[in-house]
Design a protein around this ligand. Structure first.
Ligand SMILES: Cc1ncc(COP(=O)(O)O)c(C=O)c1O
Length: 374
């Protein structure tokens, strides 16, 4: 947040800052989706929807799983939420009692540990490194599970590393968490943005898992605040009641817009955007590697590159701060995502077009060379 605030300040002072710190797509929501929202406004669809979401949207999400991911997910198990953030808060509220522990990867999405703390639970961070693709594995889960642990949170593709959990590993994780009697929560918010292999959902393998998703990333709808949750049947009632109390419902206009986001016309645009992101990833990974950044696991999804900068510095926060001050490239230091090797890593978000990425690489070269860092 300090880096972001400083980047904004520099911009206000007239500097041209290249933003590679922002965790949202630069693409505007497709026109066809915006038109659906306008139509909903004109038709006066301005009231609350049911807390679980518009029935037609829940069915459409269910169809989306069938058509795009060959997964059988009943609309009855789908709840529409205010972003993945709303879905995460609902699930954690439903499962945590004070003092209980939730296993999660370090580095990982920072809000998760804050949500757990808010509910007086305990985030049990497990250090993960390149050797496990920066992901928890079934062995790590077994090793770190104790009598207070009640759940495991995973994200595939992950923020900040863009790395994935394989199908085989996911099946083993399901089996181990089941054997330990715990709850498995899989954040699939970057689902759709998987570049080198066919995408899958954990919902294909189990109906006993909480699946988090959102219209924010693949669907380029961050500002619409809309996501969804797939919950096991026995939790639907409690989650419905929690949603009624916490949010009443997700934004109505956004839900009507999302109906169009799931149509073939919009999906065709999303697939083109995905191709563009894949090209950006390849471009930036190659350019950064040439400059001496170490990218030990090629990110297979999302729009992040988690790079080892230990060759240049032993303090990634100062590295980010100097980079911003000297050549106005904004990136995120590892400390935002946890403590494990945080001073060694930085996150680049390739949420800028290729010409901007080229400029960023030129500036990085300028930053690294004079200091003899390369
Ligand atoms: C892993 C992960 N989960 C959840 C979220 C929250 O997303 P939203 O509430 O916009 O759907 C983010 C946002 O960056 C994220 O990276």
């Amino acid at each position: 947040m300090n880096i972001l605030a400083r980047a904004k300040q520099l911009e206000a002072d007239g500097y041209d800052v290249i933003h590679l710190e922002v965790g949202e797509p630069d693409f505007a929501t497709p026109q066809v989706v915006r038109n659906a929202a306008k139509k909903a406004i004109d038709e006066g669809r301005t009231h609350y929807t049911p807390a679980m979401g518009l029935p037609q949207l829940r069915s459409k999400i269910s169809n989306y799983y069938k058509e795009q991911l060959s997964a059988d997910v009943s609309a009855k198990n789908i709840l529409v939420t205010p972003g993945a953030s709303g879905a995460l808060q609902l699930v954690l509220s439903a499962i945590i009692d004070p003092g209980q522990k939730i296993l999660m990867a370090d580095p990982g999405y920072p809000c998760n540990r804050h949500f757990v703390r808010m509910l007086e639970g305990c985030a049990q961070s497990v250090a993960v490194s390149a050797d496990t693709q920066f992901q928890l594995t079934h062995q790590l889960i077994r090793e770190h599970w104790d009598s207070e642990t009640v759940a495991v949170m995973l994200a595939s593709p992950s923020n900040p590393t863009g790395t994935l959990i394989t199908r085989e590993e996911m099946q083993q994780i399901i089996a181990v968490v089941d054997e330990l009697g715990g709850v498995l929560i899989v954040d699939e918010i970057y689902q759709g943005l998987v570049y080198d292999q066919k995408d899958f959902t954990v919902a294909e393998y189990s109906t006993n898992v909480f699946v988090i998703n959102s219209f924010s990333k693949y669907f380029s709808m961050t500002g619409w605040r809309l996501g969804w949750l797939i919950a096991p049947s026995e939790y639907i009632d409690v989650i419905d009641r929690l949603a009624q109390n916490l949010f009443l419902a997700a934004p109505t206009i956004s839900q009507y817009a999302a109906l169009a986001a799931l149509d073939a016309e919009a999906i065709c645009i999303y697939e083109q955007q995905k191709n563009e992101l894949r090209m950006r990833r390849d471009f930036l990974v190659a350019g950064m590697t040439k400059l001496g950044f170490v990218i030990s696991v090629k990110p297979g999804g999302a729009f992040y590159i988690y790079a080892d900068v230990s060759k240049f510095t032993d303090d990634s926060f100062t590295f980010c701060s100097d980079l911003l001050e000297q050549v106005q490239v904004a990136i995120t230091p590892g400390i935002d995502f946890g403590e494990h090797q945080a001073a060694r890593y930085v996150r680049f978000a390739y949420t800028q077009p290729i010409d901007k990425l080229q400029q960023a690489l030129d500036r990085l070269a300028r930053f690294l060379l004079p200091q003899g860092l390369k």
